[in-house]
Design a protein around this ligand. Sequence first.
Ligand code: PEP
Ligand code: MN
Length: 334
Amino acid sequence: MASGATHEQIGAVVNKIQSFGLDANVSRGTERIVIGAIGDEQKLDPEMFDALAGVEYSMHVVKQYKIVSRESHKHDSIIDIGETRIGGNQVQVIGGPCSVETQEQMDTAAEQVSSAGCTLMRGGAFKPRTSPYTFQGNGEEGLRMFRKAADKYNLGIVTELMDARMLDTFLKYDVDVIQIGTRSMQNFELLKEVGRINKPVILKRGMSATVSEWLMAAEYIAAGGNHNIIFCERGIRTFETAYRNVMDVTCIPVLKKETHLPVIVDPSHAGGKAWMVPALARAAVAAGADGLLVEMHPNPCEAWCDADQALNPTEFQSLMGSLKGIAEAIGRTL
Ligand code: PEP
Ligand code: MN
């Protein structure tokens, strides 16, 4: 309460708390009065109190994310994707092009991703492009090409869902992991839809989202019953313009403390240039990431999307080798 709050104003706050079925605890200090609400805090919101006379400030004490929080589940969760597991001792690398272009490109990329030692492949069939005039992805035809190429090498497929109306189509092609992109992290209706199914979801961090907003976005998915969620840091916007985004390494240990769910990192969209990717990827693994999402193209110069940041197959293969050493140095495998 604000200093000088009257007896009536304190009473009004207490009554409001009690009217929602919670107990109110009034703690009188020498300068301030603090009123605590005890019970199911979900029923209350700070906005309900901030406008009352005599109230200085109100806040939730208990975290708003529950299912995804480490408090609710002490051990690390492992997400099963076929025979691949994300969140266990093994660091998983998901490689592949930014977008699905042609059958030949996908067949070649699948062979290269597989021979580098990966069991999951990435590729977008529906692309969230800044300009409506650039390539928007091959849509359903892209999913078909992706599935066909991946099946030849027994790879699981990771691809972005932008529109809940395409969910049935994603299920039809048996997409193994649904990616929610940075631009959709707070598309709450989309989050609720993927919460209703049990497919693993990679939830990319909104480019300007705080860790807490990101955790709440995951809670939207979890609240629907789908707990197969993997966080993916992909770089955030800052004042720096020398690279595409800033890879927030700090969020890795912070998320590991706050949630039991796996955390992976996309160094490609963070740096935005292929030459930066190996250094960023190694930093992410050293900091405890459970995996990486890396753009790799059979011929980066010809990529239809994000050509600058794609590794070529040789670079990708050598990155895998150097990551192995780092994973082993921190007691993990690759
Ligand atoms: C992608 O992974 O292809 C992509 C579009 O990433 P982001 O949503 O992080 O920009
Ligand atoms: Mn991309």
